[in-house]
Structure formats: C-alpha cells, structure tokens
Design a protein around this ligand. Structure first.
Ligand SMILES: NC(=O)c1ccc[n+]([C@@H]2O[C@H](COP(=O)([O-])OP(=O)(O)OC[C@H]3O[C@@H](n4cnc5c(N)ncnc54)[C@H](O)[C@@H]3O)[C@@H](O)[C@H]2O)c1
Length: 287
C-alpha cells in the first residue's frame, strides 16, 4: 500500500544527527519504526540520543513516563537491512553524497516490497537522479527535515521529475502525522531554504577568515542585529561542517557560479577533522 493514511511502518536509514530525530518524530506519530545504520556505534549513539531526549521531555512534563516508554517501544534499532523489507516508507538520512545514496536505494529496491516509498532527507541533491537509479522511480521523493528534527517545524517536500501524485500526497500525509508543516518546493540545487541559508553561512565564514570580526562577534551580530535565533557559525557547528561543505559544493558545482564557491576556511576545518559539535570542535569548542 501507499498514498494514504493506512501507512503503518517507516524505516529510517542512518541514525546520525538527523536520523535519530526523524525516528523519534515518526514514533511520536504512532508509526512502527525501524532505525537502521551500517555502523553499530552510530546506531547505539542514535538510540541513546533518542532516549535522552525522551527522558528530558518527561522531566519537563511534556509527556509522561508511559508515553515515553510507548514511543521508545515503537522504535526497533537494527543493523540488518533485510529487516526493512515490509515497511511502507523508507526515509534515508545517510551521508550527503549522491553515489552512496543511489547505491543504498538500489539495494533497498531489491529488498523492499514493490509499494514501499523511498524518501530522501537530502539537503539539496537531485531527487530525479536518485529516482533514476531504481525501478520504482515514481515512488521516490524528497522529505527535507530541519535540525534538530523534534524541534523544527518545517519539512520541504520535493518532487523529482518522475514522482507520482500518489507519492507526493503520501509524503504530505506523513509530514502531517509527524506534526510538521510541509512546504512544496520544485527540484533545484539545495531546494528553497538551504539555497537562501547556505550563501549566508558561507559568507559568515569568509567574514571570519578575512579577520573582519571574531566568531563570537559574527554570531552575536546576526543574533542581535538580524534577529536570528542562533548565529551562522554556531549553526554550522550544529549542522556539521562536513555536511555544510557537501551542501555548499552542490550549489557551486550545479550552478557553476563563482559567487557560491565554498569558503576555503570551511574546507580547511573539515580536512582537520573540525566537524562541529559531533567532533567536539568546529568554529567553537564543545565538551
Ligand atoms: N545535519 C543537518 O543539520 C542536516 C539537516 C537537514 C538534512 N540533512 C541531511 O541529512 C542526511 C544525514 O545527515 P546527518 O547530519 O544526520 O549525518 P551524520 O553524519 O550525522 O549521520 C549519517 C549516518 O548515516 C550512517 N550511514 C552512512 N552510510 C550508510 C548506509 N549506506 N547505510 C546505513 N547507514 C549509513 C552513518 O553511519 C551515520 O550514522 C544528509 O543527507 C544531510 O544533508 C542534514
């Protein structure tokens, strides 16, 4: 089945920054959830992050202990991809590179029942190209969540060239059950929100590397002067500098426009392993 509210089970592939948050909101939306990662440590970290978030929500009295237990009970962590064969929807949240995403979809195409919809949480890669890798190209769609997923209200829904109306409708219904607000965006490099956000972040990194202001003052400036809830450099630390660089490179490579060239300082930090919060250091340092 697909295309209506009868969907029961969802698999999330990739238990990283985004995947664990998507698994949590899916379980909160009453779906049976499989959380799959190829890396056992990554999977364990993702599950532990969900448990911590749920415990915090109990402490803050947003939910009670039995609701927390029910949500956690609906999530099955797995390192075995064949466990995903009967799910109604897969949402992939693996590395932001087209080839690994296409290989994963080809693998899933062979495993999953014919009606399973494949959604990608890509920050801006081509849904059409991903869909072209599989037989069920009408059942591939972009569902782009925002970080941190349990907090951020938005999902961008992106149709590829081959996406059917039924798949598009199903993605909107799922977003609703996740308690999110969806906007529909045409396929284009980085879609809508990241197309606007990424050049701003990239420019903030140029401002830092040109010595125009310190990292602290750049963030303070954008928070107090432009009413941003978080500064662009702290936001990059939250996103992950490696992911930010992949995203900036997509915009540059797809448009061939030099105004979008990624800041060299971003590349240098990624090469040095300064990936942001997830590695303990990015533009700022974390415990
Ligand atoms: N970080 C953000 O703020 C953000 C926001 C919106 C969208 N996204 C997108 O979400 C996706 C994931 O980003 P992230 O920040 O969560 O990455 P991450 O590096 O935190 O996590 C990726 C996870 O995927 C796993 N993985 C890699 N290849 C796999 C495979 N073939 N099968 C199963 N698991 C695999 C890794 O082990 C890792 O645990 C990317 O496409 C990214 O662009 C990220």
């Amino acid at each position: 089945m697909n295309g209506d509210g009868a969907m029961k089970s969802i698999a999330i592939v990739g238990a990283g920054i985004m995947g664990n948050g998507i698994a949590q909101v899916a379980a909160e939306g009453d779906y049976e959830v499989f959380l799959y990662d190829i890396n056992a440590e990554g999977l364990a970290r993702g599950v532990s992050r969900i448990e911590k978030t749920l415990a915090r929500n109990v402490e803050k009295k947003k939910i009670d202990q039995s609701q927390s237990d029910d949500i956690r009970g609906r999530i099955t962590p797995t390192g075995n991809i064949s466990d995903l064969k009967d799910v109604d929807l897969v949402i992939e949240a693996i590395i932001e590179q087209i080839e690994p995403k296409k290989s994963l979809l080809v693998e899933l195409d062979a495993i999953c029942k014919p009606s399973t919809i494949f959604a990608s949480n890509t920050s801006g890669l081509s849904i059409t190209e991903m869909a072209s890798a599989v037989k069920r190209s009408d059942k591939v769609i972009g569902m782009h969540f925002f970080n941190p997923v349990p907090v951020m209200q938005l999902v961008e829904i992106i149709r590829g060239e081959q996406t059917s109306d039924e798949t598009f409708e199903a993605a909107h219904q799922v977003a609703g059950r996740f308690n999110k607000t969806a906007i529909s965006v045409k396929e284009a490099p980085l879609f809508a929100v990241n197309r606007i956000l990424t050049p701003m972040i990239n420019e903030a990194i140029f401002v830092l590397s040109e010595g125009i202001a310190s990292a602290e003052d750049i963030d303070k400036g954008m928070m107090l002067g432009a009413s941003h809830p978080i500064g662009p450099l702290a936001l990059t630390d939250l996103i992950g500098l490696d992911t930010m660089l992949f995203v900036a490179e997509t915009l540059y490579n797809e448009t061939n426009d030099s105004k979008y060239r990624p800041a060299p300082l971003l590349k240098k930090y990624v090469r040095a392993g300064r990936l942001g919060r997830k590695s303990g250091q990015g533009f700022f340092t974390y415990d």
